[in-house]
Design a protein around this ligand. Structure first.
Ligand code: SME
Length: 161
């Protein structure tokens, strides 16, 4: 497909996810390289929603290591026992943090980040292979709509690797 996205001009996030998910499925279907696909997914989420930071931390060398992302430079390595990313990895479940200052152990890569959602991405054997981390500069910016939309995107990645 052409490397352009159609993004509905609306603030209705559900409508944006509904439009984006099939476009991302088509985009990644034509490419086998994981870094290339994660890079495009991060770019698409940034473009579609204007999130402050969106990116992946990959399970490597017994820790989470920064992968493709969009936004300001970020922490490169996170222990499985640390931060929201480590918690989502360890629990194998999506974590929504309405106020990062209220989350014990939150890792502040940027003081501008106010709320956060982290979604685990499983491999086909059911192990967490990476997490998708999205940060907002607004408090309380993520809802169940984001959780289910980002989990759909996580499942696209699971289907590939
Ligand atoms: N806040 C995350 C660390 C990654 S940055 O937000 C990009 C955490 O607590 O795991």
């Amino acid at each position: 497909m052409a490397e352009t996205l159609f993004i509905p001009q609306t603030t209705d996030r559900q409508a944006i996810y509904d439009s984006l998910v099939p476009q991302l499925a088509a985009l990644v279907a034509g490419e086998t390289d994981m870094v290339a696909n994660l890079a495009n997914i991060a770019a698409a989420l940034k473009e579609a929603f204007g999130f402050f930071w969106v990116g992946f931390y990959l399970n490597k060398e017994n820790q989470l290591v920064l992968g493709p992302f969009q936004g300001p430079v970020a922490c490169t390595r996170i222990a499985f026992s640390k931060g929201v990313c480590g918690a989502a990895y360890t629990r194998g479940e999506t974590i929504v943090v309405p106020d990062v200052e209220e989350f014990p152990g939150h890792i502040a890569c940027s003081s501008a980040s106010k709320s956060e959602i982290v979604v685990p991405v499983f491999d086909q054997a059911g192990q967490v292979q990476m997490v998708l981390d999205v940060d907002s500069d607004q408090l309380n910016d993520f809802t169940e709509t984001d959780a289910s939309g980002l989990e759909q995107i996580a499942r696209l990645i699971t289907g590939l690797y």
